[in-house]
Write a protein that binds this ligand. Structure first.
Ligand code: AMP
Ligand code: ZN
Ligand code: ZN
Length: 409
């Protein structure tokens, strides 16, 4: 009798467990990017909503971008778990030296052309395993090939208001379950725009930070109103930080070498050359090293290992990286543009420089509460999100779950 009762209770337990599992909601992940949000903006006393979210969840001391610390390479690293040399977006602007074809942020033709995108994105991994996805803007989300873009996505339009973007997320989350995305993306550019225009220490930048903080508050309020605040795992992150530019720290390459005779790509913090032969490469390096101040000259062999920036034919064979605060100009036109607009901040430099670090805050049912952790790497987000969603990650990645999973309950 005793044995009968104990096996009965065992079956009852199994039954209840299976039924509750059947009705347990599948996890949600929402990744929000605030472009160029430097790690220390959170310590300025102007971000109450973000800090509240951090208190109830996880906050990393910093968030390390991949090299170059630019927008497109990093947003794509976050969703693929790959360093730029492996996913193909080696800068915001670059070209294929064997065909001459160009990729450029802002050029809708190249940005939507799937041939440039060599990584498997989170939304691809998710779709293949039955999880729908949606993006209210994300670099790399607008490709033509259906299997390479999220289930729902928007073509980038910087004039769409913050409220419209937030409402878009809320609307997607209210779709019937059979159509509802469980992996969502949201993007805001203000901290980057104001950081470039006014510099990372300017009051105008602080106002932009405040405004975005309020928008996070609005989003959380709207999630609460549809009873989803406790259900959605939110990861708030940034692609890189920002450093102050100095007007007298301009490196005019046209005064050092004949730029019209050389094949090169890049601007600002990073310029790379594609030389015709070894002799030209050696001569160029010699000239630049003798004349240069405020920058490093590398080859694919000498570039620091942690840049992971050599194994791609779109990367040049002479790579110039400016010191933070310095900036390259490669033509007279660029010099005039710089004088006229006088940008006060930039990024794209060495990814381990403190000013290039961004933020990583996470909150939701999957995450620990009131938990501070070490500086995280952005390539580790891909395996983390797969783990939360319960999907099998692409194995051929640079990201590692072991470096980030401490943030999970
Ligand atoms: P950057 O500071 O040059 O690395 O790039 C930041 C800029 O990229 C932002 O100011 C946006 O205008 C632009 N941007 C961000 N996301 C997209 C996108 N999905 N498509 C086109 N442009 C974008
Ligand atoms: Zn950016
Ligand atoms: Zn920027």
């Amino acid at each position: 009798m005793k044995r009968f009762l104990s096996s009965l209770s065992f079956f009852a337990f199994i039954l209840i467990f299976s039924v509750s599992n059947l009705y347990a909601e599948k996890p949600y992940v929402l990744i929000i990017s605030m472009d160029g949000f430097r790690w220390d903006y959170l310590d300025r006393g102007i971000t109450p909503h973000i800090l509240k979210m951090a208190d109830g969840g996880v906050r990393a001391i910093g968030f390390e971008p991949a090299f170059p610390s630019k927008t497109f390479p990093n947003h794509y690293s976050i969703v693929t778990g790959l360093f730029p040399q492996n996913h193909g977006l080696v800068n915001n602007r670059f070209f294929n030296p064997s065909t001459g074809e160009r990729y450029k942020v802002g050029d809708t033709v190249s940005v939507r052309d799937d041939k440039w995108y060599r990584g498997e994105t989170l939304w691809e991994t998710a779709t293949r395993q039955g999880v729908k996805s949606a993006s209210f803007f994300w670099p790399g989300s607008e490709t033509h090939l259906a299997y390479k873009h999220p289930t729902y996505f928007k073509h980038y339009d910087g004039t769409v208001t913050h409220e419209q973007r937030i409402q878009g997320i809320i609307d997607w989350l209210q779709l019937p379950e059979s159509q509802r995305p469980h992996l969502l993306f949201l993007y805001f550019s203000d901290t980057d725009d104001f950081g470039h225009r006014f510099g990372p220490d300017a009051p105008e930048l602080n106002q932009a930070v405040k405004r975005l903080d309020e928008k996070l508050g609005l989003l959380r309020q709207k999630l609460a109103a549809i009873d989803m605040l406790d259900k959605v795992n939110i990861i708030l992150l940034s692609d890189h930080g920002m450093t102050k530019l100095y007007p007298d720290r301009v490196i005019n390459l046209t005064q050092m070498v004949d730029m019209t005779a050389l094949q090169f790509a890049g601007y600002g913090p990073l310029v790379q050359f594609f030389t015709k032969n070894r002799a030209e490469q050696i001569q160029l390096i010699k000239t630049l090293q003798s004349k240069g101040k405020g920058f490093s000259v590398y080859t694919k062999e000498t570039i620091p290992t942690y840049y992971h920036y050599s194994a791609n034919s779109f990367i040049g064979d002479v790579i110039l990286v400016a010191e933070p605060g310095y900036s390259f100009v490669t033509s007279q036109r660029e010099l005039e543009f710089k004088k006229k607009h006088n940008p006060k901040g930039d990024h794209g430099y060495d990814n381990r420089v403190l000013d290039m670090q961004g933020i990583f805050i996470a909150n939701g049912p999957a995450f620990k509460t009131n938990y501070k952790t070490v500086t995280l790497l952005n390539v580790d987000v891909y395996p983390l999100v797969c783990k939360i969603l319960g999907i099998i990650p692409n194995q051929m990645i640079d990201g590692r779950l072991e470096r980030i999973e401490q943030v999970l309950k």
